[in-house]
Design a protein around this ligand. Structure first.
Ligand SMILES: Nc1ncnc2c1ncn2[C@@H]1O[C@H](COP(=O)(O)OP(=O)(O)OP(=O)(O)O)[C@@H](O)[C@H]1O
Length: 510
């Protein structure tokens, strides 16, 4: 044989090896990309939903549903591997069955029948497991609710043995014990399914070896073909069987994610967040409430509280105090004026100097307002349009006014102040950030509640009138009636309606 031909098999071998390595590498890369695409794309999708969700929708959903959805998104990472293994196993099973049928029609039919029975039994038993997986995810939702209570109410819990015992003994521990019971039950059910599946094959083998030769007169060569094929089949069928739990988990995760998506936002209450604030913002002449109504409904759809109809004008450069008893609707009013709640009927809008109107449902409405809620949240990262350093003059000026200049520590990396402050100081820092946003309307929900008497007096007598002098419009929810005289208007809420509107100048003039 010429040396070139002698080398050929080696070359072919090397070629096959090369093609195999390359294709395997390419395929694995593809699977890795697909795995991560699925998982991270779903997380991105959930985040995008959260970005465009209305506050009302988000409020109804609850934080724990978001955490569970992120967990469900992680389950999707298993999809490509499951698909790949399923495909491989199915191809082998189909080829083996084809071979069995080719070898013996009766024998092949018998094996197919046994496999079909096993499949039906398996799928039936899997239904129960699927229910348990769903129940386990529901327990997970509840678990996150308790975790929320534990993490946010830790101080309150430490102060009360009763509350601590109830949270842990009546909720946490039973939840985790039930979770353990369900998870163990699911695993045992799958394990026993797998064992049944595996040993059924040995029964089949027994029938083939001892039954078929006498029953249908199997020849030795057919027997050999059946035995070797069945032994070969056990592996891929076992793969299919062990994949079922993962497929079921993925199926449950997908249906829960779909439900989450539907709950998260419908096209109707989708909120577009503008990419950038409006370039030129002219201060509005007034904020107008026109026949505004808003209802809270309970779980049965009955009205639990109803606000309005509200008709109100808040003029540019004026200071309005909003007061009223607990539960009279002041914070709901704040949510309407800020556009976080959409009126059920009527309109909230800004009247501009050129006669145009900006509805509270328009994306750029909120470019005109800053708000400090009753319990303001100070962010961990700087999401503002400004960064603060030692030389930032407006920040220095405002921190002196807020008497925080000797307290605030600047985090140079983040370009913002450290937020480890007392409650009152946190509100003062929130005020600094709100004023640095330089919007023409400022909404305050019980801002002065935590301030010391001296600073509170300064706030009402000097600070708020100073803002008005600078051209801001301020709406402040307050119970501090001793300072009502510093407002232009005091509006009182009672049972969801405005019960009185007092123009202070008129009072002083009389
Ligand atoms: N998310 C909600 N879902 C259902 N009902 C709510 C919700 N928020 C408030 N309510 C109900 O609406 C009513 C008005 O609440 P709101 O918070 O507006 O009152 P408030 O005047 O700000 O009270 P407070 O002075 O105590 O802060 C209350 O009866 C309250 O129970």
């Amino acid at each position: 044989m010429p040396p070139i031909l002698a080398k050929a098999p080696a070359v072919v071998y090397a070629g096959i090896l090369f093609v195999s390595i390359m294709s395997s590498n390419l395929f694995q890369r593809y699977i890795i990309r697909l795995t991560n695409d699925l998982r991270f794309e779903m997380e991105l999708k959930i985040l995008a939903k959260l970005k465009s969700s209305s506050y009302e929708r988000f409020e109804k959903l609850g934080n724990e549903k978001v955490f569970t959805a992120m967990g469900d998104a992680r389950e999707l990472a298993d999809v490509p591997e499951v698909l790949m293994n399923t495909f491989n196993a199915v191809v082998i099973v189909v080829c083996c069955l084809g071979y069995l049928f080719w070898t013996s029609l009766i024998g092949g039919s018998m094996i197919l029948l046994i496999m079909a029975v096993l499949l039906v039994v398996y799928l039936y038993r899997n239904k129960q497991a699927e229910r348990d997986i769903n129940a386990l995810r529901d327990l997970q939702d509840k678990y996150f609710i308790y975790l929320n209570d534990l993490l946010h109410g830790y101080k309150e819990l430490r102060m009360s043995a009763g509350k601590t015992n109830k949270l842990f003994d009546n909720h946490f521990f039973p939840n985790r014990r039930e979770g353990k019971k369900l998870a163990t039950g699911i695993a045992i059910r799958y394990m026993s399914n797998e064992l049944t599946g595996k040993y059924s094959w040995y029964i089949v083998l027994g029938v083939v070896i001892f039954g078929l030769p006498t029953l249908i007169g199997f020849r030795n060569v057919q027997l050999l073909a059946f035995i070797s094929t069945i032994l070969y089949l056990i592996g891929p069928v076992a793969v299919l069987v062990t994949l079922v739990p993962t497929i079921t988990r993925v199926k449950v995760a997908v249906s829960r994610l779909n439900r989450f998506e539907q709950q998260m936002n419908t096209e109707l209450d989708k909120e577009e967040v503008p990419a950038t604030p409006a370039t030129t913002i002219h201060p509005a002449e007034r904020i107008r409430f026109e026949d505004v109504r808003y209802n809270y409904t309970d779980e049965d759809g009955n009205t639990a509280f109803s606000l309005g109809p509200l008709n109100l004008d808040i003029e540019k450069g004026k200071l309005m105090f909003v007061t009223g008893g607990n539960g009279s609707g002041k914070s709901t009013f704040v949510n309407l004026i800020t556009g976080l709640y959409k009126p059920e009927s009527g309109r909230v809008f800004l009247c501009m100097a050129d006669g145009s109107e900006i509805s509270s449902e328009e994306p750029h409405y909120r470019d005109h307002l800053s708000v400090i809620f009753t319990i303001p949240y100070l962010f961990n990262e700087n999401y503002y349009d400004f960064t603060i350093d030692e030389k930032h003059a407006p920040f220095k000026h405002l921190s002196e006014i807020m008497q925080l200049d000797s307290v605030l520590r600047l985090d140079a990396k983040k370009g913002m102040a450290d937020k480890n402050l007392s409650k009152g100081q946190q509100k003062r820092l929130a005020m600094i950030y709100s004023l640095l946003e330089a919007k023409s309307i400022l909404i305050l929900d019980e801002w002065a509640a935590e301030q010391d008497p001296e600073f509170r007096s300064y706030f009402y007598r000097k600070f708020l009138p100073g803002l008005i002098k600078d051209g801001k419009t301020v709406v402040a929810i307050t119970h501090d009636d001793a300072y009502f005289k510093y407002a232009d208007t005091v509006v009182k809420f009672d049972y969801g309606n405005i019960s009185s509107t007092t123009e202070i100048d008129l009072v002083l003039n009389n």
